[in-house]
Design a protein around this ligand. Structure first.
Ligand SMILES: Nc1ncnc2c1ncn2[C@@H]1O[C@H](COP(=O)(O)OP(=O)(O)OP(=O)(O)O)[C@@H](O)[C@H]1O
Ligand SMILES: [Mg+2]
Length: 609
């Protein structure tokens, strides 16, 4: 049973506080299929988010099987949420998307159990015939079915859907409503569906009509026309506009009991006719399994996440309604980590444009650097101490040659570092921001932010290693620059620092475009602010330098050169060089800050997306 008791959600606006939900109350029994309808902007999605705990109600309480949800949240697998946006990866097949949903959400004793759960979800949603089809070629209706299948793998007790039928043709809409109806009929599941469409309302057990954040009606579809005093459903929305939301709310408060008793009578009839399962029979089922021993997943900063999740399973064990509910356990860190990592690599190899871009960068950038290496291969000549005219003349020529070689060496090293920075930013700029909505959804369903971050770090580290080792090896083939492994380490760190800082940006950004833009600016400013071309004014140098990873990788690499080359480079620079050890430390700090920012951004809930 889901109960809302006086739910109010208020936000601050420049014109003062605004109630998006105003004293919303309703009861929904087990095995119930409810529609939420109302004009655009009346608060339907806001109500769903409040039920799901994605926003914190300002006032009022939700109760789930008698337990206050403010004190003990839903278990991740107890609730399924089907948002309007697509939550599947286009590059994967239907089967692969459902499989990853299952492996991230539920712990299975065997592969057979996993397969059974996937097959069952595909069968219920009628997707088994197109299980191997790629998501990108699915129709709108098939995508909605897939979203439902991905929720059903964890067998949620409460399924909430936001406009899953919008944009579909009448036939597909009818099929999806039928499917939701069927889903609500199994295992006492509650299905709540927000819809704009007033067709098929007779398929629902009850309709909740909202207006300006208030409940204007909640009862049987059969009594709705009578309540509003209209002769057709189409007249209801115009009728709502006759009065303000609170006025409808007051009227509903006066009539609610009689409509609820009518609803109860209908429910009893459905139980007698066998359309709904008998709640007494459900109650006599055995006790659920005990709560998982290991701590549950971190659920980001979702508003109800901290409220006694550990206590919840135990607390519900004693409830008669919960007795029938063996809530699936969330899988462990490593199961989620390997599932996410495997999926990331699969997407990498399927995404042709990304793959080609990576290959072009990895193969072409070292060639670009190698083109300039002959300029850095000049002999460094020692200068004479004698002062005769001929020697002075020779010394001047040698000095010019040394300067040319010195600035070429400095330039080539900076070129390597900047190109690796560019690859780093391309690696990570969209990594989290580009799939934020999917990630939020998966976090909500029980995915650990740490497992997600871990999979990103593992995936990106491989890219960083391939890019920087190949850059080093290829350029090294043409140019014995000296510095050896130290230089390689600085190249790895330069790429890693930019990759993980951009991952941090991607995790904190509001959109993928914003993350890309910020990351490109970050790379673009590396060269001018590194001091390798022009020394920075002293007043800004101390302030800016710590943030410029290219400077530290460049400076560290130069410090490790053979002493005569080092001196030749130093002679042409206005900018101070820093000892290699300090450069290691600063780049290490960049990497650590990038990872910390990524974790903070991944944990944070961003449902407004
Ligand atoms: N974060 C927010 N800040 C300000 N206003 C908001 C915010 N979120 C929602 N609103 C406003 O609250 C109202 C209800 O929004 P909601 O998305 O719940 O409507 P809805 O009934 O789902 O509409 P639709 O049918 O168009 O999807 C709208 O007027 C919307 O502009
Ligand atoms: Mg909406």
């Amino acid at each position: 049973m889901l109960q809302a008791d006086g739910i109010t959600y208020e936000i601050e606006t420049p014109d003062g506080p605004l109630k998006l939900l105003d004293n919303v109350s309703f009861n929904v029994p087990r095995g119930h299929f409810m529609a939420i309808v109302g004009p655009s902007g009346c608060g339907k999605t806001t109500l769903l988010k409040a039920i799901a705990g994605m926003i914190a109600e300002t006032d009022g309480r939700f109760f789930w099987n008698g337990h206050d949800l403010a004190e003990e949240d839903f278990e991740p697998s107890e609730i399924g949420f089907v948002p309007q946006f697509s939550i599947a990866y286009d590059q994967l097949s239907v089967d692969e998307n459902v499989e990853s949903a299952a492996r991230l959400r539920c712990r299975f004793d065997s592969v057979d159990d996993l397969d059974e759960s996937i097959d069952n979800a595909l069968e219920v949603t009628g997707m088994e015939g197109i299980a191997d089809r790629d998501v990108k070629i699915l129709s709108g209706g098939q995508k909605r079915r897939l979203a439902l299948a991905m929720e059903l793998v964890s067998n949620p007790r409460l399924l909430i859907c936001d406009e899953v039928t919008s944009g579909l043709d009448p036939r597909s809409e009818h099929d999806i409503v039928d499917l939701l109806h069927e889903i609500s009929r199994s295992e006492g599941r509650i299905v709540i569906s927000v819809t704009h469409s007033l067709s098929h309302l007779d398929r629902y057990d009850s309709i909740l009509v909202m207006h300006q954040g208030c409940v204007a009606y909640h009862g049987s579809p059969k009594t709705m026309l009578h309540y509003f005093g209209v002769s057709s459903l189409e007249e209801i929305y115009p009728k709502l506009q006759d009065r303000e939301g609170p006025s409808w709310c007051r009227s509903w408060g006066k009539h609610r009991d009689s409509y609820y008793s009518r609803l109860e009578q209908e429910r009893e009839k459905k139980i007698l006719s066998g359309e709904l399962p008998d709640p007494d029979a459900v109650r006599s089922l055995p006790e659920p399994e005990k709560a998982p021993e290991e701590p549950g997943p971190e659920k980001g900063d979702a508003v109800r996440s901290e409220s006694g999740k550990a206590a919840s399973a135990e607390g519900r064990g004693g409830s008669p309604e919960a007795a029938a509910e063996a809530i699936p356990e969330v899988p462990g860190f490593f199961t989620q980590f390997f599932c996410l990592l495997g999926r990331r690599w699969r997407i990498f190899f399927r995404d042709r444009s990304q793959l080609v871009l990576q290959l072009v960068m990895v193969l072409l950038f070292p060639v670009l650097v190698a083109m300039f290496t002959d300029k850095g291969t000049g002999q460094i000549v020692g200068l004479s101490a004698t002062q005769d005219v001929q020697t002075i003349q020779k010394d001047m020529e040698a000095q010019q040659l040394n300067m040319k070689t010195g600035s070429a060496v400095s330039g080539i090293i900076m070129f390597e570092v900047i190109l690796l920075g560019l690859m780093g930013s391309n690696n990570a700029a969209r990594e989290v921001a580009g799939e934020r909505a999917i990630m939020e959804k998966e976090k909500y369903a029980g995915m650990r932010p740490s497992a997600y971050l871990g999979s990103k770090l593992a995936y990106l580290s491989v890219l960083v290693l391939v890019q920087s080792v190949w850059m080093f090896a290829f350029v090294d083939f043409f140019w014995d620059r000296g510095g050896g492994l130290t230089h390689l380490l600085f190249l790895i760190l330069a790429d890693a620092a930019m990759t993980f800082v951009c991952l941090g940006i991607s995790s904190l950004a509001r959109s993928a475009d914003q993350a890309s833009l910020l990351s490109i600016y970050l790379v673009g400013f590396q060269l001018p602010l590194s001091g390798a071309v022009l020394a920075l004014p002293e007043q800004v140098e101390g302030f800016i330098r710590p943030f410029i990873s290219a400077y530290w990788a460049w400076s560290g690499s130069i410090s490790a050169l053979k002493s005569d080359v080092y001196n030749a480079v130093k002679n042409v620079l206005d900018t101070d060089l820093t000892p290699a050890l300090v450069c290691y430390i600063v780049l290490g700090v960049h990497v650590a800050c990038g990872i910390a920012a990524s974790y903070a951004g991944i944990r944070r809930s961003r449902w407004e997306l």
